[in-house]
Design a protein around this ligand. Structure first.
Ligand code: ATP
Ligand code: FE
Length: 335
């Protein structure tokens, strides 16, 4: 089966073509317009989706070298996300499905981040059920117990900011441009992770909190700047390494607890923050250190993309989970 998948939940317009569980094309148009505002502006996002969606889908078809008449189904992101952005993708998906007389498949974006691991890639070993998924992005921080494709339970999540926000807000305090996560990663690689200590939040169970860390960093920087106005410039690498080290420790503490509580030692990560080199290295080390098995997908499948929507679409196609065109977009949906 050939599936056209459309993703438009936030600020990236994406389309992919899958042949069964293989990705033939995966196109993303990033909306750089938001960078100058220091965050995603919903109204600008939906307008940019409208401009991007036709060229992005055309490119996906062209790169896959197929005609739209060959498509077996259209999959789209139903939610969660920004309503105006979701509506552009869903309206478009509905129209194509109707015009081509093929099934329409609604996909939960967060399930897609988890199921991205089942995209068939040469040399990529897929997790087996049950496994734990750590989804870390600009909007989410969740530990999910995955018992089957559509049998997932959130066993821990953030009570305030997401990990991506912790990175971006810390970067902002340091005067770095948005989104600052990748920059913290870059400078951290040159710094000493133990140079400065930030207190870790005390949150019961498997839940996370990141807003306190941001405040701790803000006060720390303010205080240091009083003593030395050039403190940030002179210590940027060490500050970034220390912030990243603290964030990784917070994540690892909870993962260790999740492994202990569930007895599951397969850990799959997803979401834009899983691009972080420190997180990747630390996870890899757990394989020798604790006997865990870790799964880290290709970068293009961890950030928002349509290939992950397509793999869920394929699974739903196999079990004939189709929608009518009255299906509605949802800003919030549970797993
Ligand atoms: P969601 O998927 O929950 O809707 P989103 O679309 O904002 O949220 P993603 O695109 O998956 O999230 O991830 C973006 C986030 O990832 C940003 O906060 C960005 O700073 C962070 N990020 C990207 N690369 C890195 C990196 N190397 N180190 C740390 N953070 C990173
Ligand atoms: Fe996402």
């Amino acid at each position: 089966v050939f599936i056209l998948a459309i993703e438009s939940s936030c600020d990236d317009t994406a389309a992919a073509i899958l042949l069964n569980d293989k990705v033939l094309s995966n196109v993303v148009a990033n909306q750089l317009i938001h960078n100058q505002y220091g965050g995603v502006v919903p109204e600008l996002a939906s307008r940019a989706h409208q401009q991007n969606i036709v060229p992005v889908i055309d490119a996906a078809l062209r790169n896959a070298n197929i005609q739209k008449e060959q498509l077996s189904a259209i999959a789209f992101t139903q939610g969660p996300g920004l309503m105006g952005s979701l509506l552009v993708g869903s309206s478009f998906a509905k129209s194509i499905a109707l015009a081509l007389q093929v099934p329409l498949i609604a996909v939960n974006h967060m399930q897609a981040h988890v199921l991205a691991h089942f995209i068939d890639e040469e040399g990529y070993e897929k997790p087996t059920f049950p496994f734990l998924a750590l989804t870390i992005s600009g909007g989410h921080t969740q530990i999910i117990k995955v018992d089957d494709y559509f049998d997932m339970t959130v066993i821990g999540e953030t009570t305030d900011d997401a990990v991506g926000e912790a990175f971006d807000k810390s970067a902002k305090i340091l005067g770095l441009p948005y989104p600052g996560g990748p920059l913290i990663d870059k400078y951290a690689q040159l710094g000493n992770p133990k140079a400065f200590a930030f207190t870790k939040p005390k949150v019961p169970g498997l839940d996370f909190s990141f807003s306190g860390l941001k405040t701790a960093i803000l006060y720390f920087i303010q205080k240091k700047k009083l003593e030395n106005p050039n403190f940030v410039d002179e210590n940027l690498n060490d500050i970034c390494a220390s912030i990243q080290h603290t964030i990784i420790e917070i994540l690892m503490d909870k993962l260790k607890l999740a492994v202990k509580e569930t007895g599951i030692k397969q850990i799959a990560i997803g979401g834009g923050v899983s691009a972080n080199s420190g997180i990747r290295n630390t996870l890899k080390e757990t394989e020798n250190k604790y006997g865990w098995k870790t799964f880290i997908p290709k970068f293009e499948y961890t950030t928002d993309n349509a290939a992950m929507i397509g793999i869920v679409g394929y699974q739903k196609f196999l079990s004939q989970k189709f929608e009518t065109s009255s299906v509605v977009s949802k800003a919030r949906i549970q797993l």
